[in-house]
Design a protein around this ligand. Structure first.
Ligand SMILES: N[C@@H](CCC(=O)N[C@@H](CS)C(=O)NCC(=O)O)C(=O)O
Length: 207
């Protein structure tokens, strides 16, 4: 049995990111369901977020820290460029994901349009309308970067791509996502390349 465990609800965007990192790193891992009602949940993460990584005695929360740990602790292809400029660019994309892309793409587009109806809740059209300009701006930013290079940081896959990808893939399942991507051919090409990798199929989440 794998000694690397990701504790999380099965349907979680950040779990998908951490799982993509493990897959790309070719690390054996397993996902263990969180007992969200249990007292243990609070002990894992002070703000009750998931995933939380457990590796022997090591417990790590926050997906950037988890991703960095997996990348450094195990052999396998490096997912972080070593040069200071490229490394900073990778962190910039991850920071943009956490601060802007996730709140807009998941919070403002995917959650109201796809997740709320699945839970029998009405679509918050005002929230979607308010999120579309920021979403379009984010796609334009990605398109600009991907017009200049194959991946978000140069010519090699990095953690930056793995943080952004699931946000955009889920957003692309909406009409708003399709509209934004229509004018972003390089971003579509980048997405298609990443979605075709075995890591993407191996981490598929089904509602
Ligand atoms: N800053 C956290 C964010 C993780 C996060 O927001 N996870 C979501 C699932 S995708 C979560 O725990 N949601 C539960 C909640 O907010 O109650 C990280 O980087 O790991």
């Amino acid at each position: 049995m794998a000694d690397l465990v990701l504790h999380s609800r099965a349907l979680s965007l950040y779990l998908r990111i951490a799982s993509l990192v493990c897959e790309e790193k070719q690390v054996d891992y397993r996902v263990e369901a969180l007992d969200e009602k249990g007292a243990g949940f609070r002990a894992f993460h002070p703000f009750e977020k998931m995933p939380v990584l457990q590796h022997g005695d090591v417990m790590i929360y926050e997906t950037l820290a988890i991703a960095d740990y997996v990348d450094r602790a195990f052999k396998g292809p490096s997912l972080s460029p070593s040069g200071p400029h490229a490394h900073a660019q990778m962190l910039m994309w991850i920071s943009l994901t956490n601060a802007y892309f996730f709140p807009t793409m998941m919070g403002g587009i995917v959650k109201p349009l796809l997740l709320a109806p699945m839970q029998g809740e009405p679509v918050d059209h005002a929230l979607v309308a308010a999120s579309v300009p920021a979403f379009n701006q984010q796609v334009r930013l990605l398109e600009k970067a991907l017009t200049e290079q194959r991946y978000l940081v140069g010519d090699a896959l990095s953690l930056a791509d793995l943080f952004v990808l699931p946000n955009l893939v889920y957003a692309s399942l909406t009409d708003e996502g399709q509209d934004a991507l229509r004018t972003a051919p390089k971003t579509q090409e980048w997405m298609a390349g990443l979605v075709a990798r075995p890591s993407f199929a191996a981490t598929e989440q089904r509602p």
